[in-house]
Design a protein. Structure first.
Ligand code: ME8
Length: 536
C-alpha cells in the first residue's frame, strides 16, 4: 500500500564510507550504484528517501598513506575525499549527504555513542594482548587465524583467515567493548529476523550466525594515541584514540542527526537505516559489531544489511592493495554512465564474485541498450510515423484494423498484459534486493516489443493500419522507460523526452497502458507523449 508507506519515516539507504587511502575503483562504484538503485526504486514507489555515502578518513592506513607522500593528513583526506565525491556526482548517485568522518557533527555523534556505552556499562579499560594485523587494523581471535610455514626463512607466519593479511603479537592498554556479553542477544536477534532478511543473502547471514555461535571475545575499541593520533580521541582520555571501526560505523547515526537530537527527537528522526549496502569484506563489522553497539546503546537496529560479493580482475579481487583496479571514470567516459550502471546491475554478484570486463561493458551496451532499447524508441519516434496521428486515431476509437490476424492480435494483447504487470514484476525482484532480476523482467518485455514491431512491420502497412500499431509501440516505450528510471536515470529520461512525456507523468501510476483506461469522447489530444488525458 503506497499511501501507507508515505506516512512513514524516509527510507534510509547507506553505502559503506570509503577509506581515503587511495582513489576509488569500480568496486566502490558498484556499492554506490546498488544503493542508489534501491533508493531510486523506493522513491519511485512513492516513499520519501535518504541516501548516504561518504568517506572514512581516520585510521592508521590513512595516516601512513599521507606520511608516505609527505602531505598533511587533513589535506590528503580533503583531496581523496573529493575524488569519491566526484565519482558519486559523475555516476548520478543521488546521495543526500556526502559524509566525512572529519565532519564536526560526526565527532560529536561518536562521543555521544561512546558516552552512552560507558553509561550503560559496556566499556572498560584493560590490557590487550593478541594477534594484530596492521593492515586490517584489527586484532583477530585464534579461531580466525592460520599458520603457514615459510620455507625460505624457516619461520611460521600467522595470517588472518578472512583477509589473508599477516598478523603480529602485540600488547597494549585499550578500552574494551563487552562484546562477549552480546552473544545471546545477537543470536536472538538473528533468529527473530531470519525471515525478514536482516542480513541478505542468506549465505552471508549463515556465515555470521556460525561465527557468533562459536563465541565472541571482548573488542578492543581504542588505541594508544602515542602510535595512532589521526582519529577521534576518547572523551575524557586524550591518551587514547577511538578505534576506526567504532568511529566509522557511527556515521550512519550522525547523518540521522544523532549528535544534536534528544532521545525523543531522535525517535522521530529517519533512524533506523532501512538498507545498509556493504561488501562481503566488512560483514563482521556491520552484522556483528554494529548491531552489538546499537543493542548496547538501546538504539533501534537497521532493517536490512545487503551484502554483495566482489568484482574481480582476472580472477583476483579488485583492490587498491593488489593494484588491479579499473578506474570508474575512464570506463564511464568510454562507455557512458548508464552503460556502466547497466553492466554492474545486470550481474548479480550478491552471492558470488564476478569478473569485471570493460570490453563486455561495451558489448552489452551495444546488444541490450542500443539494439533492444534505443532502436525501439527510434523506430517509434521515426519521422515517417506520427505519434500524434496515431493517438488521435486512437482517441477517436479507430478500430484495430480487421486485416490483422487473430494471431497478431493475441500476441499484442499478451504483450500489453505483460507491460501492465511490469511494475509488479519488477517490484517482486526489488523486494528481494535483486536489480538483476528486475532488469531481466524489463528486457523480457523489451524483447517482446521488438518482436511486435518486426511482426507488425509498420513500415509496409497501409497508412490506415499504422496508427494503432504506432500507438501500441509508443505505449510500450513509455511504460518501459518509466519503469527503467530508477536503474538508468539518464537513458530513461532521454527516451521519455523523445516521447514527449512530461515530467509530471513519469511516476509509477503512469506505468500502465493508457488504452486500458476510460477516455472521454472529446478529450483534447494533448502534447505528444501525454498520450491521452484520462477523463473521469
Ligand atoms: O572498508 N568489488 O572502506 P574501503 C566490490 N572504510 N566492491 C568492492 C570491491 C570490489 N572489488 N572493493 C571494495 C572500508 N568494494 C571501510 C568501510 S563502513 C562504516 C567503513 C566496496 O574503502 C565494498 O562495498 O575498503 C567494500 O565493502 C567497500 O568498498 C570497502 O571500501
Amino acid at each position: 500500500n503506497r499511501t501507507a508507506e508515505k506516512d512513514e519515516k524516509p527510507f534510509y539507504v547507506t553505502t559503506p564510507i570509503f577509506y581515503v587511502n587511495a582513489a576509488p575503483h569500480v568496486g566502490h562504484l558498484y556499492s554506490m550504484v546498488l544503493a542508489d538503485t534501491f533508493r531510486r526504486w523506493k522513491q519511485f514507489m512513492g516513499r520519501d528517501t535518504f541516501l548516504l555515502t561518504g568517506t572514512d578518513e581516520h585510521g592508521m592506513k590513512v595516516q601512513q598513506a599521507a606520511n608516505k607522500i609527505e602531505k598533511p593528513v587533513k589535506q590528503f583526506c580533503d583531496e581523496t575525499s573529493q575524488l569519491f565525491k566526484n565519482l558519486a556526482a559523475e555516476a548520478h548517485i543521488s546521495n543526500d549527504r556526502f559524509i566525512r568522518t572529519t565532519d564536526e557533527d560526526h565527532r560529536e555523534a561518536v562521543h555521544k555513542l561512546w558516552n552512552t556505552l560507558v553509561e550503560k556499562g559496556y566499556i572498560y579499560k584493560g590490557k590487550h594482548e593478541g594477534w594484530y594485523s596492521v593492515s586490517d587494523e584489527t586484532f583477530y581471535p585464534e579461531s580466525q587465524l592460520k599458520r603457514v610455514f615459510d620455507q625460505s626463512s624457516g619461520v611460521t607466519k600467522v595470517y588472518s583467515n578472512e583477509t589473508g593479511k599477516e598478523v603480529e603479537w602485540a600488547s597494549e592498554e585499550n578500552y574494551f567493548f563487552a562484546l562477549s556479553r552480546m552473544r545471546e542477544p545477537l543470536l536472538e536477534l538473528y533468529n527473530s529476523r531470519l525471515e525478514d532478511k536482516f542480513v541478505y543473502p542468506y549465505s552471508h547471514f549463515k556465515t555470521i550466525i556460525d561465527s557468533v555461535e562459536k563465541g565472541l571475545s571482548d573488542l578492543s575499541i581504542s588505541r594508544p594515541s602515542s602510535r595512532f593520533t589521526w582519529g577521534i580521541p576518547v572523551p575524557g582520555d586524550e591518551s587514547q584514540t577511538i578505534y576506526v571501526w567504532v568511529d566509522a560505523l557511527t556515521n550512519y547515526l550522525t547523518s540521522a542527526g544523532y549528535a544534536k537530537l534528544t532521545g525523543s527527537e531522535f525517535e522521530k528522526s529517519m533512524w533506523p537505516v532501512d538498507i545498509h549496502v556493504v561488501g562481503k569484506d566488512i560483514t563482521r563489522f556491520h552484522c556483528i559489531y554494529w548491531p552489538a553497539f546499537l543493542l548496547a546503546a538501546e538504539l533501534p537496529l537497521p532493517k536490512h544489511i545487503v551484502v554483495h560479493s566482489h568484482w574481480l580482475m582476472n580472477g583476483e579481487k579488485m583492490s587498491k592493495s593488489s593494484g588491479n583496479i579499473v578506474d570508474p571514470h575512464a570506463v564511464m567516459v568510454i562507455a557512458g554512465v548508464d552503460s556502466v550502471r547497466y553492466y554492474l546491475l545486470r550481474h548479480n554478484i550478491l552471492e558470488g564474485d564476478g569478473d569485471f570486463d570493460t570490453e563486455r561493458v561495451l558489448e552489452r551496451r551495444q546488444a541490450d541498450l542500443v539494439f533492444k532499447y534505443s532502436n525501439l524508441v527510434s523506430r517509434t519516434c521515426s519521422k515517417s510515423f506520427s505519434i500524434e496521428l496515431a493517438l488521435s486515431h486512437h482517441l477517436k476509437g479507430y478500430p484495430i484494423p480487421a486485416t490483422r490476424s487473430d494471431k497478431f492480435l493475441a500476441f499484442q494483447s499478451e504483450m500489453i498484459t505483460e507491460a501492465n504487470s511490469l511494475v509488479d514484476n519488477v517490484a517482486k525482484h526489488m523486494n528481494n534486493f535483486n536489480p538483476t532480476g528486475a532488469l531481466g523482467e524489463i528486457w523480457d518485455v523489451l524483447k517482446k516489443a521488438n518482436q511486435y514491431v518486426d511482426y507488425a512491420t509498420p513500415w509496409n502497412t497501409e497508412s490506415s493500419n499504422i496508427s494503432p500499431t504506432i500507438f501500441v509501440m509508443a505505449e510500450m516505450c513509455r511504460i518501459i522507460s518509466i519503469v527503467l528510471q530508477p536503474f538508468l536515470p539518464t537513458y530513461a529520461s532521454k527516451a521519455l523526452d523523445r516521447l514527449s512525456v512530461s515530467p509530471e507523468r513519469r511516476s509509477i501510476e503512469y506505468a500502465k497502458f493508457e488504452a486500458d483506461m476510460a477516455y472521454g469522447k472529446d478529450a483534447n489530444l494533448p502534447n505528444r507523449g501525454h498520450v491521452v488525458e484520462r477523463q473521469n
